[in-house]
Design a protein around this ligand. Sequence first.
Ligand code: BGC
Length: 261
Amino acid sequence: MYTDLTGKVVIITGAATGIGKAIATRLANEGCKVVINYFKKEENPEAIVKEIEQAGGHASIIQGDVSKEEDVKAFVQFAHDTYGSLDIYVNNAGVENEVPSENLSIEDWQTVINTNLTGTFLGCREAAKYMLDHNIKGSIINISSVHEIIPWPHFVHYAASKGGVKLLMESLALEFAPDGIRVNNIAPGAIDTPINAEKFSDPEKKKGVEKLIPIGYIGEPEQVASCAAFLASEQASYVTGTTLVVDGGMTKYPGFQAGKG
Ligand code: BGC
């Protein structure tokens, strides 16, 4: 538990499912007041609010598209109107699809870049603006991916977006450090979430992914959420401009694990 998180106001994008949901649940358990953004009604955002409230926590939902400037501004206004502050902003919403690059359409390229990179920029910008205006020494956390480091054929738009989020985060961290606003990334590896459900339901594909993970298994969203709680808290007060990689060792060249090379 991080006691300094009690009463802090947090916005988490794409928080009705997967990693975002786990972060929302964890931060609510830490005593934060949680604004849950979702995009599509099918994500059933009411379910997580109910769970949080039943556990004695505070949560509210707001629909919106992270790639739209007006929507992101509305998230911040909503947090202010509902809970009177904004202390932590988690850019979690993300999309991916597999396409050989010679056939990658401009529409697919733009959808992924707009959500993953532009959406993260807008979240960072609006959160930082609010924190500066209200003299809040806040924490901004971007959920990137191991693909801010590892190249990924057939997912080049995704890898490009996450590589972009890395330097976006590092540049913003430098810019806002004097104001006490910390900006960091979490780079999850293969995690058991809806984005991967189809891939991991195929035992062969799942085994293929597990071979890339030195620790030997697919991660759980809660294992990412615990890192988000740390970065949000005062325990990480001297941490800014860094990526916390949460990948069971995936980025550490698993092909070399047997000691050959
Ligand atoms: C992607 C997953 C993928 C993992 C490791 C994540 O960023 O969302 O689909 O399994 O990276 O490649």
